[in-house]
Ligand binder design. Structure first.
Ligand code: FPP
Length: 243
């Protein structure tokens, strides 16, 4: 059979939606005698590299785990760094992403986010809303347990207001009331840094995702690693419960 190929990748079998747990910034920095904040800085630089790779391979959806609700347990200065990086990412890179056809969506709860963060999120989401080459979903202040709780509350509210009856509740309705409404389920989930768990990330959306774990720390997850993950994905047989 003839396949169009780019770097040994079969372009006819590209995942539609890739999700990434960008883990290991802290350990990457520690190994080099640097602070965790510096590790996150390199981490965000690497996010730019990875976005470019996703554009190159025409991936339609990329979701990255930037800040989990559980991350509020971290020291205050580290949290401040992550928030500052998020702002800088949008300020310095938002326009460029928009020009490249990237739509940005921030998923997670808006609770506990300051007005300046909320404003910049709204600005970048609005600026990129008509783009559709790649949708970059940034999970920020995100946790699946909160996402499903919010979904249940929204549906219950509609039932109590007689906008819905219990018999209207089905899988599609649930999907449509998640933060990822309209986004297809994850095909490939990548986690860097050797940890092998999902950490409350897109649990329903990953129901049939292929899982890929690599020892490499996030700041080192570059083209070669990315290609290795795509290669591995293309070797998997996806049966979705069938034969
Ligand atoms: C995990 O590494 C990484 C995070 C908790 C944050 C990921 C954030 C970035 C890559 C940069 C920020 C990006 C945006 C868009 C705001 P870790 O700190 O848990 O590393 P460790 O497990 O080695 O300690």
């Amino acid at each position: 059979m003839f396949f169009k190929r780019k770097s040994n990748i079969n372009l006819d079998n590209i995942p539609t939606h890739i999700a990434m747990i960008m883990d290991g910034n802290g350990r990457w920095a520690k190994k080099r005698g640097l602070s965790r904040s510096v590790g996150h800085r390199y981490g965000i630089e690497n996010l730019k590299t990875v976005v470019e790779l996703n554009l190159k391979f025409k991936i339609k959806f990329l979701t990255v785990y930037a800040f989990s609700i559980e991350n509020w347990k971290r020291p205050k200065d580290e949290i401040e760094t992550l928030f500052e990086l998020m702002k800088q990412f949008f300020d310095s890179y938002g326009q460029e992403l928009s020009d490249k056809g990237v739509r940005i969506k921030v998923i997670g709860t808006r609770e506990n986010l300051s007005n300046d963060i909320l404003e910049i999120i709204d600005k970048v989401e609005n600026m990129t809303k008509d783009n559709d080459d790649l949708t970059l979903l940034i999970a920020f202040n995100y946790g699946f347990s909160e996402e499903i709780l919010t979904c249940v509350k929204k549906i219950t509210h509609k039932c109590l207001n007689n906008e819905l009856t219990i018999s209207d509740i089905n899988n599609e309705l649930i999907e449509n009331n998640l933060y990822t409404s309209g986004v297809p389920n994850v095909d490939l989930l990548i986690r860097t840094s050797g940890e092998q768990r999902l950490s409350n990330f897109l649990l329903l959306q990953c129901s049939y995702a292929e899982l890929y774990f690599t020892e490499v720390y996030w700041p080192d997850f570059k083209e070669q690693e990315y290609l290795a993950a795509l290669n591995e994905y293309q070797k998997r047989q996806r049966r979705f419960g069938g034969l």
